[in-house]
Structures are given as C-alpha cells and as structure tokens.
Write a protein that binds this ligand. Sequence first.
Ligand SMILES: Nc1ncnc2c1ncn2[C@@H]1O[C@H](COP(=O)(O)OP(=O)(O)O)[C@@H](O)[C@H]1O
Ligand code: SF4
Ligand SMILES: [Mg+2]
Length: 426
Amino acid sequence: MSDDVLLRVEDLTKHFSQSSGILDTFLSKPSVRAVDGVSFDIREGETLGLVGESGCGKSTLARTVLRLLDPTDGAVYFKGENLAELSGGDLRRQRRDMQMIFQDPQSSLDPRMKVGPIVEEPMKAHGLYEGEREARVRELLEKVGLDPHHYNRYPHQFSGGQRQRINLARALAVNPEFIVCDEPVSALDVSIQAQVLNTMRELQEEFGLTYLFIAHDLSVIRHIADRVAVMYLGNVVELAETEELFENPQHPYTDALLESIPVPDPRADGVRGVLDGDVPSPIDPPSGCRFRTRCPDLIRPTEYEMDAATWDAVLAFSRAVERRSFEAPDRPTVRRQFFGDGLPGGDVGGHVERAIDEVLADEWDAAADRLTEAFEEPSICAREEPSYTVEPRYGTDEHRADCHLHRDDTPSPERVDGEDPATADD
Ligand SMILES: Nc1ncnc2c1ncn2[C@@H]1O[C@H](COP(=O)(O)OP(=O)(O)O)[C@@H](O)[C@H]1O
Ligand code: SF4
Ligand SMILES: [Mg+2]
C-alpha cells in the first residue's frame, strides 16, 4: 500500500426524486436522501471497508462513485481527474479501470451464457486482448480458484462461492486498478466467505488492486479492510484504521454494530440486541446527529438539572414509550420499572409524570411526542451536526468520529468508547 490517493470522494450526495409522473411535478414529493455529503480517500493498494445496516446508502454510494448514478452534488476524483469532466476515450479508460462486483452472483450472471463468454464480455466491450481472449479467460479462472475447463459450463452448474469467483474473473478481465465489491460474500456460508476473502486478498497482492469493500457485517470487514468507514443513514459517521476502529471505537453507532456481531460461542444466544428501533426514513432524516433517535448515549440537554443515572432512566423510559416495549397496567408498576423508588423532581419529573398519564390512557404517541420534545430535541445531538477527529491509539491515520461526545464541553463526557470510565485514559 502506498500513500498515493487513488480515489477521492468529496461531499458526495445522491438524492432520489420520488416524482414519477406529470401529476407529481405539481405535488413535488420530497426526495430520498440516500447519500448526503460523504467524503473520504482511498489509497493505492488499500482496502477501504464500508459498513452499515441495510438501507443506509452503501450501494447508492458505490454506484455514485462509479458514476453508474449521477451525483446530486459533490465530486469523485480518480487518479486526480474529476470523473464528471471526463468524456470520450478518457471516460472509457476510466470505466475499464474501475470495476464492480455485486452481492448476488446468481442474478449478476446471465444464466444463458457460458462462463467463457461471460468473462470475455468486458474484454470485447473494451476491444482488448483480441485473439488471446480464451487463453486469458482460462488463466483468470485458474487465478480465481476455478478449473480452466469450466470455460464451457453454465453459471447454474456452480455453487454460490464459485459463482462469485466467476464474477471476480470477469471484473479482472480488463485489468482494472480499482474494484468496488458490494457485499460480495454476504450471501455465502461463513466457511465459504473466508475462502473467497482469502482469494480476494491474494488477487489484490498479485495485481496491485485497490478495493472499496462493502459489508453490513463488521466481522467480514475485519478480515479484509485496512481502514473502515462506518455509514449511517447517508452519512459516514466514523472512519479509522481497522485495528483502531475495532479496539478503540469512538461512535455509539459503531459500538452498537460491534456489539451486534454474532457471538461464535454456540452456547451464547447469537446476536445481542443492541441496535433497537428502526433506521429512520432517509426522506426526512433526524436533525443534528442522524443516529440520535436510537443512540443510547444521547447527550443530556443542558437546561435540566439531573445526574447521569437519572438521565439514563429518563432516556430509557422515553425510548421504551416510543417503541411501546412494556406493559403499563398501573402507575406504580411503570414508575418502579423505570425509576426505582422515586421519580425525578422538578421539570423533569413533571414531563415524566404527564407522559405516564398519557401511557396509562393508552395515548402512547402523545407521550412519545412529549418526551421527544422535552428531552431529545433540546439536546445538542438534535441541534448541531457533529464533525470531529480524535487522537488514534492504534496506528497514525486520522480517526474521524462524528459524535458530540467528542466536544470538549459536553455535559456527559463520561463514556466515549464503551470502556469502564475509570480506566479510559481520554
Ligand atoms: N433508485 C432508487 N430510488 C429511490 N430510492 C432508492 C433508490 N435506490 C435506493 N433507494 C433508497 O436509498 C436508501 C439507501 O439504499 P441503498 O443504497 O440500497 O442502501 P444499502 O446498500 O446500504 O442497503 C434506501 O432508503 C433505499 O430505499
Ligand atoms: S452525537 Fe449524540 S446522538 Fe449522535 S452518536 Fe453522539 S451522543 Fe449519540
Ligand atoms: Mg446494498
């Protein structure tokens, strides 16, 4: 890996218009803000991992980077050239140098075509390797771990892992520099995943490839990435070297993703429920920090006097009301469940008391709105978009963590990395 930047993404934005007919032009529906101001570099020979829950904009980002989709705003530079300004031969060369592999090897391979012609297709499209295409395909099949004799077989004669290897051979056919891999192993069994990832690493080494590697699962990313970008609802919220991200995560969303990695111990009960609630709609994303509607570390609004334990209880109650995740038979039961022996005093207690009234009257939405308005909306998390860098503990690369917990004057600096606060040294 070198320090030379191969790809630079600057403030990239992709909004999908929801208008589909003449009528819609008058009704003007709001757009889907799938990717909203994303910036990062990828260096030559590097693998940048991109991780986030389903629907957070990873595929849209990948397609916009490759100009399969036109950006709404922002720019992509490949080897220093602004892709939006390329045309003719320059554009064709760039299309050759940047290839893509998709998640579903089944649907991305034409079932009526044999493997040979499938892998030859990009060479034909670019008018390359005339007269030596078949030999090149056989060689590539071997490089990706298949049998050169598979040249005359159809895709359905292969397993999922083998089909993904065919895709790899096809992506490599025109000798690209950069490959976007959009969840290439997500559909495969775990044991097969590891084998395909190993092959991808070997190919990277041999051909000097640079990868943007997308996954919704951090355990896959750990095996392959040099650096990791964590995406949430159209934004990159944390970016750091792989070891730094896994050992010293600095964004509550990354913490939650890490804690939801399935536990390999068969006696443990699989995925731990950390990421509660649904991803909000990208049509109308939350103000400030987009993770704030689910964040367990939401920062206490400064206008209330309360200690950290009280704030935790208020936030837990507020979230439980939003999700209707508890039974509310009577006032003492609700109080005891969330606040132990006593309700908080003052304004805080007043809001909580009225919300309990509403819950008991089966007016859950009113209670949820009241609590959100009283406690979430005044928080800095709802009022300002976070953008911070932190000192890395591992490696020397920049560590971006867009969370207000890194603001010096937050009232709740006690927990930034999931460690015991007593041992945290920052
Ligand atoms: N062509 C499209 N038109 C409208 N909305 C879209 C389109 N493609 C994706 N989206 C929306 O954009 C958001 C991000 O989708 P996507 O990029 O596929 O996420 P991911 O790959 O992380 O699962 C989703 O809310 C999705 O519904
Ligand atoms: S800015 Fe606030 S809501 Fe967002 S991740 Fe940080 S603490 Fe949570
Ligand atoms: Mg996707």
